[in-house]
Write a protein that binds this ligand. Structure first.
Ligand code: ADP
Length: 162
Protein backbone atom coordinates (compact mmCIF):
# COMPACT_ATOMS: atom_id res chain seq x y z
CA UNK A 1 0.00 0.00 0.00
CA UNK A 2 1.38 3.45 -0.83
CA UNK A 3 2.32 5.43 2.25
CA UNK A 4 0.44 8.60 3.19
CA UNK A 5 2.61 11.25 4.86
CA UNK A 6 0.99 13.97 6.89
CA UNK A 7 3.17 16.90 7.98
CA UNK A 8 2.52 19.63 10.53
CA UNK A 9 3.80 23.13 9.78
CA UNK A 10 3.57 24.97 13.12
CA UNK A 11 4.04 28.65 13.88
CA UNK A 12 2.61 31.85 15.26
CA UNK A 13 1.82 33.31 11.81
CA UNK A 14 1.26 36.77 13.31
CA UNK A 15 0.71 37.64 10.49
CA UNK A 16 1.35 35.10 7.69
CA UNK A 17 4.01 36.33 5.22
CA UNK A 18 5.11 35.45 1.69
CA UNK A 19 7.84 33.38 3.36
CA UNK A 20 5.19 31.23 5.07
CA UNK A 21 3.22 31.02 1.83
CA UNK A 22 6.31 29.79 0.00
CA UNK A 23 6.95 27.16 2.70
CA UNK A 24 3.36 25.91 2.46
CA UNK A 25 3.37 25.67 -1.32
CA UNK A 26 6.71 23.84 -1.38
CA UNK A 27 5.73 21.65 1.58
CA UNK A 28 2.57 20.38 -0.09
CA UNK A 29 4.65 19.25 -3.09
CA UNK A 30 6.57 16.90 -0.79
CA UNK A 31 3.93 15.67 1.65
CA UNK A 32 0.48 14.23 1.01
CA UNK A 33 -1.19 16.51 3.53
CA UNK A 34 0.03 19.61 5.32
CA UNK A 35 -1.58 20.86 8.51
CA UNK A 36 -0.73 24.48 9.16
CA UNK A 37 -0.90 24.54 12.96
CA UNK A 38 -1.42 27.96 14.47
CA UNK A 39 -0.08 28.44 17.95
CA UNK A 40 -2.59 29.73 20.43
CA UNK A 41 -0.20 32.02 22.24
CA UNK A 42 -1.97 34.62 24.38
CA UNK A 43 1.17 35.24 26.45
CA UNK A 44 3.08 36.31 23.30
CA UNK A 45 0.45 39.05 22.96
CA UNK A 46 -0.17 38.55 19.23
CA UNK A 47 -1.39 41.43 17.05
CA UNK A 48 -3.94 39.17 15.35
CA UNK A 49 -6.25 36.87 17.28
CA UNK A 50 -6.07 33.14 16.71
CA UNK A 51 -9.26 33.29 14.62
CA UNK A 52 -7.90 36.13 12.45
CA UNK A 53 -4.63 34.31 11.81
CA UNK A 54 -6.52 31.14 10.89
CA UNK A 55 -8.86 33.01 8.56
CA UNK A 56 -5.96 34.63 6.71
CA UNK A 57 -4.17 31.30 6.38
CA UNK A 58 -7.31 29.56 5.14
CA UNK A 59 -7.73 32.20 2.44
CA UNK A 60 -4.07 31.90 1.42
CA UNK A 61 -4.13 28.10 1.41
CA UNK A 62 -7.52 27.74 -0.30
CA UNK A 63 -6.11 27.23 -3.84
CA UNK A 64 -3.42 24.85 -2.64
CA UNK A 65 -5.06 21.45 -2.35
CA UNK A 66 -4.33 19.29 0.63
CA UNK A 67 -3.65 21.99 3.21
CA UNK A 68 -5.66 22.29 6.43
CA UNK A 69 -5.43 25.03 9.02
CA UNK A 70 -5.83 24.11 12.68
CA UNK A 71 -5.15 25.65 16.08
CA UNK A 72 -2.97 24.05 18.70
CA UNK A 73 -1.54 24.71 22.11
CA UNK A 74 0.51 22.69 24.54
CA UNK A 75 3.27 20.35 23.43
CA UNK A 76 3.86 20.48 19.67
CA UNK A 77 5.23 16.94 19.39
CA UNK A 78 2.34 15.55 21.41
CA UNK A 79 -0.08 17.33 19.07
CA UNK A 80 1.76 15.96 16.02
CA UNK A 81 1.65 12.44 17.44
CA UNK A 82 -2.05 12.79 18.26
CA UNK A 83 -2.76 13.94 14.68
CA UNK A 84 -0.72 10.96 13.44
CA UNK A 85 1.68 13.24 11.57
CA UNK A 86 5.04 11.74 10.71
CA UNK A 87 6.72 15.10 10.18
CA UNK A 88 7.07 18.52 11.77
CA UNK A 89 8.10 20.97 9.05
CA UNK A 90 10.12 24.06 9.99
CA UNK A 91 11.79 26.78 7.93
CA UNK A 92 15.39 27.89 8.34
CA UNK A 93 16.21 31.41 7.18
CA UNK A 94 19.65 31.91 8.66
CA UNK A 95 22.16 30.35 11.03
CA UNK A 96 20.47 32.33 13.81
CA UNK A 97 17.30 30.25 13.31
CA UNK A 98 19.26 27.02 13.41
CA UNK A 99 20.38 26.96 17.04
CA UNK A 100 16.90 27.28 18.49
CA UNK A 101 15.37 24.98 15.87
CA UNK A 102 17.97 22.28 16.52
CA UNK A 103 17.32 22.40 20.25
CA UNK A 104 13.58 22.18 19.71
CA UNK A 105 13.88 19.31 17.20
CA UNK A 106 16.03 17.32 19.62
CA UNK A 107 13.65 17.92 22.50
CA UNK A 108 10.68 16.90 20.35
CA UNK A 109 12.49 13.74 19.30
CA UNK A 110 13.25 12.94 22.93
CA UNK A 111 9.55 13.32 23.78
CA UNK A 112 8.04 11.66 20.69
CA UNK A 113 10.67 9.72 18.66
CA UNK A 114 8.11 8.70 16.03
CA UNK A 115 7.77 12.32 14.80
CA UNK A 116 10.61 13.53 12.55
CA UNK A 117 11.49 17.24 12.20
CA UNK A 118 12.24 18.25 8.61
CA UNK A 119 13.89 21.60 7.84
CA UNK A 120 13.38 23.42 4.59
CA UNK A 121 15.57 26.36 3.65
CA UNK A 122 13.81 29.62 2.92
CA UNK A 123 13.74 30.79 -0.69
CA UNK A 124 16.49 33.44 -1.05
CA UNK A 125 13.97 36.04 -2.09
CA UNK A 126 12.01 35.60 1.13
CA UNK A 127 14.75 34.74 3.59
CA UNK A 128 14.80 38.22 5.17
CA UNK A 129 11.05 38.26 5.82
CA UNK A 130 9.70 37.71 9.32
CA UNK A 131 6.31 38.49 10.85
CA UNK A 132 7.99 40.75 13.41
CA UNK A 133 9.75 42.85 10.74
CA UNK A 134 6.63 43.08 8.60
CA UNK A 135 4.74 44.58 11.56
CA UNK A 136 7.60 46.97 12.34
CA UNK A 137 7.95 48.17 8.75
CA UNK A 138 4.22 48.64 8.39
CA UNK A 139 3.92 50.57 11.67
CA UNK A 140 6.70 52.89 10.52
CA UNK A 141 4.89 53.56 7.24
CA UNK A 142 7.01 51.39 4.92
CA UNK A 143 5.61 49.36 2.01
CA UNK A 144 4.89 45.71 2.74
CA UNK A 145 3.42 45.02 -0.69
CA UNK A 146 6.02 42.45 -1.66
CA UNK A 147 6.28 40.91 1.79
CA UNK A 148 2.81 39.57 2.55
CA UNK A 149 -0.21 38.18 0.65
CA UNK A 150 -2.97 40.63 -0.27
CA UNK A 151 -5.36 39.46 2.41
CA UNK A 152 -2.74 40.25 5.05
CA UNK A 153 -2.17 43.75 3.63
CA UNK A 154 -5.90 44.39 3.87
CA UNK A 155 -6.17 43.04 7.41
CA UNK A 156 -3.16 45.04 8.61
CA UNK A 157 -4.60 48.19 7.13
CA UNK A 158 -7.99 47.58 8.75
CA UNK A 159 -6.45 46.76 12.11
CA UNK A 160 -3.99 49.60 12.34
CA UNK A 161 -5.72 52.23 10.19
CA UNK A 162 -2.54 54.03 9.19
P1 ADP B 1 7.46 30.74 15.36
O1 ADP B 1 7.04 31.80 16.34
O2 ADP B 1 7.09 29.36 15.77
O3 ADP B 1 8.89 30.84 14.86
P2 ADP B 1 6.66 31.88 12.84
O4 ADP B 1 5.27 32.19 12.44
O5 ADP B 1 7.59 33.02 13.02
O6 ADP B 1 6.50 31.01 14.13
O7 ADP B 1 7.30 30.88 11.81
C1 ADP B 1 6.74 29.62 11.53
C2 ADP B 1 7.74 28.81 10.73
O8 ADP B 1 7.96 29.42 9.46
C3 ADP B 1 9.12 28.68 11.37
O9 ADP B 1 9.64 27.41 11.07
C4 ADP B 1 9.93 29.75 10.68
O10 ADP B 1 11.31 29.43 10.67
C5 ADP B 1 9.34 29.66 9.28
N1 ADP B 1 9.50 30.91 8.53
C6 ADP B 1 9.18 32.15 8.93
N2 ADP B 1 9.48 33.06 7.99
C7 ADP B 1 10.01 32.37 6.94
C8 ADP B 1 10.54 32.73 5.66
N3 ADP B 1 10.62 33.99 5.28
N4 ADP B 1 10.99 31.74 4.87
C9 ADP B 1 10.95 30.44 5.28
N5 ADP B 1 10.48 30.04 6.48
C10 ADP B 1 10.03 30.98 7.30
Amino acid sequence: MPRFTRAIYPGSFDPPTNGHLDMISRGIRIFDELIVAVLQNPDKNPLFSLEERMEMLREIAAPMGNVRVEAFDGLLAEYAARREAAVILRGIRAISDYEYELQMALMNRKLFPQVETVFMTAAESYSYISSRLVKEVYLLGGSIRELVPEVVQRRLKAKLRL
